[in-house]
Design a binder for this molecule. Structure first.
Ligand code: KIV
Ligand code: ZN
Length: 386
């Protein structure tokens, strides 16, 4: 029996922090419901102290999500933790997530604090959060560029203070997979009391290695992976949820590690996040890109027609792309059109549906086949003009 890794989704917090990705309350709610269907263990709904709107969004999500833990991010400040307390009050399973940087560059230039001050503030914040929430996560921001023994010391102290998860972020995406894996092994083996908390990783994608680093960490004992749908996030983004989950699922033979994610919900979740943020998924993106299951070369097409496994290591259906998808053209009716909107994770009110369906018919008169991209563009156009 293999291990199960906790999936901590931060699309609504770190994902939302990326340029142009901010979402309104309604959009955040829709994404939260999708994440619950996907089966994420934890969803970070926002950063309650960052704005009244974010506090409201976390509060609303905390009130409706029943099957995932809902987390709120806080700096190691009492006023931030108080805001999280207010926002998470109605959650079935709340988590307070406090963070403080531990790298020399962040401590000196950003925090203007000594290592001892950082240690004391981390402990005090975890103790403060613990007064009202049993589930507390501590993140050592920029952990990968920190002195590993200092991180072990801080992690040991916050575990002693009650932290139930300690998170090791590669905040600037600087690590290489082998060294990241080795670092996680070191942290796990040298942190006092590590058996009382889960070790988590949070990788950014500045060198395009966020998923590889997360997998290396899992192989070396990390028990939680933090990620976002479509890999959206600060700068080059965060580790992509769908890539981590499918890498573990497809290579379970090798790794013997899995997640509780319902992978058949991946495609719809990806489309919804793309629609609400307006950030398109690149066509060659692994798992969810338009070309991920497309075969252009004749020799490939021939192989796939004989047996899909010749050129496909997973099935489109396993991530929720229906097998026998109907082609949409000028003869298609409104039911087929509405079904496709649902498959694409696009939700529109009845008035917008009428408009978009009319636009679709006009386009279908000009084009033989209307693609998913065309439909997404029609919905975005109609939503923008409402
Ligand atoms: O990248 C980072 O270090 C973070 C922390 C707040 C977890 O997002
Ligand atoms: Zn981050």
């Amino acid at each position: 029996m293999g291990r199960t890794v906790t999936i901590f989704d931060t699309t609504l917090r770190d994902g939302e922090q990326s340029p142009g990705c901010s979402m309104n309350l309604q959009e955040k709610l829709e994404v939260a419901k999708r994440l619950e269907l996907l089966g994420v263990d934890v969803m970070e709904a926002g950063f309650p102290a960052s704005s009244p709107g974010d506090l409201e969004a976390v509060k609303t999500i905390a009130g409706i999500i029943k099957n995932s833990t809902v987390a709120g991010l806080c700096r190691c400040l009492e006023k931030d933790i108080d805001a999280a307390r207010e926002a998470l009050g109605n959650a079935v399973s709340p988590r307070v997530h406090v963070f403080l940087a531990t790298s020399p560059i962040h401590m000196e230039y950003k925090l203007k604090m000594t290592a001892d001050q950082v240690l004391a503030q981390a402990i005090a914040s975890v103790k403060y959060a613990k007064k009202f929430c049993s589930d507390v996560e501590f993140s050592a921001e920029d952990a990968f560029r920190s002195d590993p023994d200092f991180v072990c010391k801080v992690f040991g102290a916050v575990i002693e203070a009650g932290a139930t998860t300690v998170n090791f972020p590669d905040t600037v995406g600087y690590a290489l997979p082998d060294e990241f894996g080795a670092r996680i092994k070191y942290i796990k083996e040298h942190t006092p009391g590590m058996g009382k908390a889960k070790l988590s990783v949070h990788c950014h994608n500045d060198l395009g290695l966020a998923v590889a680093n997360s997998i290396a960490a899992v192989v070396n004992g990390a028990e939680q992976a933090e990620c976002t749908v479509n890999g959206i996030g600060e700068r080059a983004g965060n580790a992509s949820l769908e890539e981590i989950v499918m890498a573990l699922r497809v290579r379970k033979d090798m790794l013997d590690v899995d997640t509780k994610i319902d992978t058949t919900q991946i495609y719809t979740a990806s489309r919804l996040v793309s629609q609400v943020t307006g950030v398109k998924v690149q066509p060659n993106k692994a798992i969810v890109g338009d070309n991920a299951f497309a075969h252009e070369a004749g020799i490939h097409q021939h192989g796939v027609l004989a047996n899909r496994a010749t050129y496909e290591i997973m099935t489109p259906e396993s991530i929720g792309i229906p097998k026998n998808r109907m082609v949409l053209g000028k003869h298609s009716g409104k039911h087929a059109f509405e079904d496709r909107l649902k498959d694409l994770g696009l939700s529109v009110d009845s008035k917008t549906l009428e408009t978009v369906f009319g636009d679709f018919k006009n386009l279908a008169d000009k084009k033989k086949v209307v693609s998913d991209r065309d439909i997404e563009a029609l919905v975005m156009g109609a939503s923008a003009s409402v």
